[in-house]
Design a protein around this ligand. Structure first.
Ligand SMILES: [Zn+2]
Length: 382
């Protein structure tokens, strides 16, 4: 059913609109965005009073949640993950694979591709593509990625992943210093896949080559990355310094200390910084033992570690990461929300989501800055 939304403010990619008036068509898409003064006669279906409307969140690095991993690749698993995400204000996401056997990887890519092509489950976020976090990572900075399944990147193997995913891969994490990486980044660019440097021990010159080959962003800045040295700034120095590069960060206060989060935001600025969750199937679940790919992960009070004690993904949700960013940096709501919505969208080269024809997905934040409701593809969620 067509509807009309209004609130005190609407946060868009570049500005904040006062007294917005949004009309939504029968298909749950935005029909128009104007202001109340400009369309006095319209009857308003949902008036959110002194609240602020923001774009639905977009998580570009998300392995699972609510007890399921996206690599299961089944409709049931992905429905559960998608609903869990929507309940945290996430409208869209990239289903993210980890390093696993080639068989499991191909199986996951096919399963997720099938799911992407379906109509999104009601009350569930929509996967808009796949992020392959492995297997093109460096052994030196593999984090929890299993060493036996790490493979050297080749354009040929990427082509095979691309075919298995039926063209739904949108993002690839890759260590630029590994043999074959630069050609694979070039191939990714040809396919329209964004390359994100990460899980990397690259020195400055190696990271620079990755950027020159076409990488445009960086994966979980600080984590699984060669540490900064003031004489050899390495990948991290380059990621923080290069104004043209996007970069993402896990803002749970566990993966990176608040000082690191503040330095990151100062360095990348409000248009290049991106928030991700790197969430595992354990997100939204009690303390206990879970899996990421084939690896056992122990979750205790928000921290996920492998048997060897290595940090492995997170259990934070993206709405909470937005809150944490504000807490750690003092960022205002529009800035914090853009880091988890319009910035990743811009990095992926997607059109502005707050425009006619786009799904009408919003979050509602009350005057105290708390997320109170979600509108998903034109429908109000509980
Ligand atoms: Zn990782």
């Amino acid at each position: 059913m067509a509807s009309t939304l209004t609130a005190a403010k609407l946060v868009t990619r570049d500005t904040v609109v006062d007294r917005p008036l949004i009309t939504v068509d029968n298909d749950g898409r935005i029909a128009s965005i104007s202001t109340r003064e400009a369309a006095q006669a319209a009857s308003v279906t949902h008036d959110f009073g002194d609240s602020t409307l923001t774009a639905g969140l977009l998580d570009i690095h998300m392995h699972g949640g609510a007890g399921h991993d996206v690599m299961e690749g089944t409709t049931g698993a992905l429905d559960t993950v998608s609903r869990f995400l929507a309940s945290h204000g996430v409208a869209e996401y990239l289903a993210t694979t980890v390093t696993a056997s080639l068989d499991s990887t191909f199986h996951a890519l096919e399963g997720i591709a099938n799911y992407i092509e379906r109509t999104p489950v009601q009350d569930g976020a929509k996967p808009i593509g796949i992020h392959i976090e492995g297997p093109f990572v460096s052994h030196a900075k593999k984090g929890m990625h299993p060493a036996q399944f790490i493979v050297e990147p080749t354009p040929d193997l990427l082509n095979k992943f691309w075919e298995a995913s039926r063209g739904t891969i949108r993002l690839m994490t890759i260590a630029p210093e590994v043999p074959g990486a630069l050609d694979t980044i070039r191939r990714a660019t040809e396919l329209g896949i964004r390359s994100s440097i990460g899980h990397s021990n690259a020195v400055k010159a190696e990271a620079l080559k990755g950027i020159e080959a076409g990488a445009t962003t960086a994966t979980h800045t600080f984590n699984a990355m060669r540490p900064y040295d003031h004489r050899e700034p390495g990948i991290l120095g380059l990621v923080l310094d290069r104004e043209d590069l996007f970069a993402d960060i896990i803002c749970d206060g566990i993966h990176v200390a608040p000082e690191g989060i503040r330095l990151f935001l100062k360095a990348k600025g409000s248009h290049r910084a991106i928030l991700i969750t790197d969430a595992l199937e354990a997100a939204g679940m009690p303390n206990g033992q879970y899996k990421l790919g084939g690896t056992t992960v122990h979750v205790k009070d928000g921290t996920c570690t492998t048997n060897e004690g290595i940090l492995a993904g997170s259990v934070i949700t993206l709405d909470r990461a937005v809150d944490k960013l504000r807490e750690f940096t003092g960022a205002d709501l529009p800035t914090a929300v853009r880091l988890a919505s319009t910035n990743p969208s811009a990095m992926l080269g997607l059109p502005d989501t707050l425009a006619p024809g786009q799904p009408a997905s919003f979050n509602v934040y009350n005057a105290a800055g708390q997320r109170t409701q979600t509108i998903l593809r034109g429908k109000l969620l509980n």
